[in-house]
Design a protein around this ligand. Structure first.
Ligand SMILES: [Zn+2]
Length: 115
């Protein structure tokens, strides 16, 4: 497991961005095919665009979360929970390694109502 460094954060953000571009391309390709016609992915336009939009939105949010995480790195608050349940405790390193953009510890995340 890599240690969390700025390099690591940037690399993860880059991967996230590449994935977003890929999703956008697939989405555009599907939009370009005529209604009812099957595209190169072999799926119908109407069925899949909604899922694609959701995926793209999720990916965009993830990218924003990475940007925020990098900002926190510069302001030396990276890894400190933004929630209030734990009294601004540290986010466990294990959690940061699997979700480098995490801004909350699990306890705070679970107590935050989902909007
Ligand atoms: Zn917390």
């Amino acid at each position: 497991m890599p240690e969390i460094t700025l390099e690591f954060l940037r690399k993860e953000r880059e991967n996230c961005w590449i994935e977003l571009q890929r999703l956008n391309e697939v989405f555009l390709e599907k939009l370009n095919c005529k209604n009812g016609e099957k595209n190169s992915h072999g799926c119908h336009l109407e069925t899949y665009t909604l899922t694609d939009k959701t995926l793209i939105e999720m990916q965009k949010k993830k990218l924003e979360a990475f940007d925020e995480a990098i900002k926190r790195w510069y302001s030396e608050t990276y890894g400190i929970c933004l929630g209030d349940k734990c009294g601004n405790g540290k986010i466990p390193i294990k959690r940061l390694k699997s979700k480098p953009y995490a801004a909350f510890c699990v306890a705070c995340l679970e107590s935050t109502p989902k909007s």
